[in-house]
Design a protein around this ligand. Structure first.
Ligand code: PGA
Length: 251
């Protein structure tokens, strides 16, 4: 049985006090939830304070990006071990906004993923096709290239520290969710690809999250699909009640 992951990606929202208040509000709403790995991803500046507030609860903290070097003359970058030091257990890597606006490539995703794993973090590796790619029937080829490149040279054992997030770019922040069947089709493709790249038991164990306009009222249908193991949530993760409504999808 794969433990579902529900992760909130707060993007460039929330001051430190807004972020800590949100986690303080979320804690009692999800305190009884033991069957879900709950993750929130605030901006870098709020990570350590959010981790303090979440300490001892079932809420884990993720960064939204990292660098691949441990230290050095790399002005402005943050190393995975510093994320651990700030209280993170997870890091999001290769989000489509980073690919679109900040030059992230499959190669940099791979370097960051390997560095995150070495530092002991769980990497939430994001993939997904654009609308033009879907309309030209290249979705599977795009996902295959992103995962083959992004997960290159990883040992099979290290895949235990990887969660994949399938986020069709056309569904992010648009209110247009992939249908349950559209999402399931890609998730199933991803699982068979992981079996091909690694092995069958690794593929069976890996969690594959769906992301793109997930809300409390559509999460159940998505979670009922055989290969959907959770959600990466943007907009609907910013308020405690709506995020808790997604975390508690099974209630
Ligand atoms: P959304 O964002 O839920 O606001 O569509 C998802 C994401 O970008 O991870």
């Amino acid at each position: 049985m794969r433990t579902p992951v529900i992760a909130g990606n707060w993007k460039l929202f929330k001051t430190i006090s807004e972020a800590t208040t949100m986690v303080a509000e979320l804690k009692p709403l999800v305190a009884g939830t033991s069957h879900v790995e709950i993750v929130v991803a605030p901006v870098f500046t709020a990570l350590s304070r959010v981790a303090d507030v979440a300490a001892g609860s079932n809420i884990h903290v993720a960064a939204q990006d990292c660098y691949w070097e441990e230290e050095g003359a790399y002005t402005g970058e943050v190393a995975p071990k510093l994320l651990k030091d700030a209280g993170c257990s997870h890091v999001i890597i290769g989000h489509s906004e980073r690919r679109q606006y900040f030059g992230e490539t499959d190669k940099t995703v791979n370097r960051k993923t390997r560095a995150a794993i070495t530092a002991g973090l769980t990497a939430i590796v994001c993939v997904g096709e654009t609308l033009a790619e879907r309309e030209s029937d290249t979705t599977f080829a795009v996902i295959e290239a992103q995962l083959t490149g992004g997960l290159a040279d990883l040992s099979t054992g290290s895949l235990k520290q990887v969660v994949i997030a399938y986020e069709p770019v056309w569904a992010i922040g648009t209110g247009k969710t992939a249908s349950d069947a559209q999402a399931q089709e890609v998730h199933s493709f991803i699982r068979s690809l992981i079996a091909r790249l690694f092995d069958r038991s690794t593929a069976e164990a890996i969690r594959i999250l769906y992301g793109g306009s997930v809300k409390p009222d559509n999460v159940r249908g998505l979670m009922s699909q055989a290969d959907i193991d959770g959600a990466l949530v943007g907009g609907a993760s910013l308020k405690a009640d709506s995020f808790a409504g997604i975390v508690n999808f099974a209630d």
